[in-house]
Design a binder for this molecule. Structure first.
Ligand code: ATP
Length: 337
């Protein structure tokens, strides 16, 4: 199977209609569907891969809207359940003029936190070639137990486990609790991806030197990745390590770039699992993931920016034949399709 099953939260971000304001100053907000695990599933499906999402939504207009977005993007929503009593999670998010991201979450509790292990679509999870998850679903019961059970089911059925902690400090009772719980499932993952911020949060050291990254390495891992924004990423496998630069693009909004990166990488790994043992193949896969992250950073929002196969093939082709270290993506998509 080449199925990627993604587990966790799907929610609606409300983002200001104008840039660079605080939440209090924002004159109005627009809906931006998201939730990292859902973004990853959609990223895989946009690239032509099999993808499913497992999680809980409110049995309300927003929950049904989000399930429709999964289906419209070709994601199997057979693992989605609806809670009659709780609302779909909302988050108000802004990037202030000072560069700080400001979040305000409405989860008291929201439907995603109420998924129980009895509600898991076990047959779907067993079909996964890769089972992907974050850490937000670890914060509160009953979802935490459902998350741990789903990991077990996937692992027993032979799936690779993929973990992107996707730290949201504001959702945890304390920094210490966040660190402990995020690391409590560290040893089970085959593939782990962290950002620079998460690397510092988890190690306590503000550096991306190999000896710092290696503090997060476990002998049970197959691949550890540190994403570095426009600098691309560093990778660590059992027998080799290295860095792959990204493409040069006009950055507009990096929301979803990390999820595009993960989705693209997982797509390549399920297509050819030997990429995890072959440095050349792995670097090719990472280049592809960097390109998907780069393209996502050129457009506003997360889900609408995730590249399709057609878009990506066109842009990478254009990049290669023009032989310059730039891809200029604006508008070219429509010429390609
Ligand atoms: P997120 O911000 O989504 O939580 P993240 O911090 O991992 O996750 P980034 O490091 O911003 O995300 O981006 C992920 C990948 O996307 C990078 O490793 C890189 O390959 C690509 N990317 C992101 N921004 C840019 C950019 N401005 N130019 C080129 N590539 C980029």
């Amino acid at each position: 199977s080449e199925l990627v099953v993604s587990f966790g939260e799907m929610l609606i971000d409300f983002v200001p209609t104008v840039a660079g304001v605080s939440l209090a100053e924002a004159p109005a907000f627009v809906k931006a569907p998201g939730g990292a695990p859902a973004n990853v599933a959609i990223a895989v499906a946009r690239l032509g891969g099999g993808a499913a999402f497992v999680g809980k939504l409110g049995d309300d207009e927003f929950g049904r809207m989000l399930a429709a977005i999964l289906r419209d993007n070709g994601v199997d929503d057979g693992g989605v359940v609806f809670d009659a009593g709780a609302r779909t999670a909302l988050a108000f998010v802004t990037l202030r003029a000072d560069g700080e991201r400001e979040f305000m979450f409405y989860r008291n509790p929201s439907a995603d936190m109420l998924l129980t292990h009895a509600e898991l679509n076990v047959e779907l999870i067993k079909r996964a070639a890769v089972f992907h998850y974050g850490s937000i679903s670890l914060i509160a019961e009953p979802c935490r137990s459902a998350h741990l059970r789903a990991m077990e089911i996937a692992k027993e059925a032979g799936a690779l486990l993929s973990y992107d902690p996707n730290l949201r400090e504001a959702l945890w009772p304390s920094r210490e609790e966040a660190r402990t719980k995020i690391l409590s499932i560290w040893d089970q993952a085959d593939i782990v991806k962290v950002s620079e911020v998460e690397l510092e949060f988890l190690t306590g050291i503000d550096s991306v030197e190999d000896d710092v990254v290696m503090k997060l390495w476990r002998p049970t891992m197959k691949l550890l990745l540190v994403t570095l924004g426009d600098q691309g990423c560093k990778y660590y496998a059992r027998d080799f390590r290295g860095a792959v630069p990204s493409y040069k693009v006009q950055q507009v909004d990096t929301t979803g770039a990390g999820d595009a990166f993960v989705g693209a990488l997982l797509r390549r790994i399920v297509q050819d699992p030997s990429s995890l043992q072959d440095q050349k193949k792995l670097e090719e896969a990472i280049k592809f993931a960097n390109a998907c992250g780069a393209i996502t950073a050129t457009k506003k929002g997360a889900i609408p920016s995730l590249p399709t196969e057609v878009e990506l093939r066109y842009e990478i082709h254009w990049y290669r034949i023009s032989d310059i270290s730039e891809i200029l993506v604006h508008g070219l998509y429509w010429m390609a399709v």
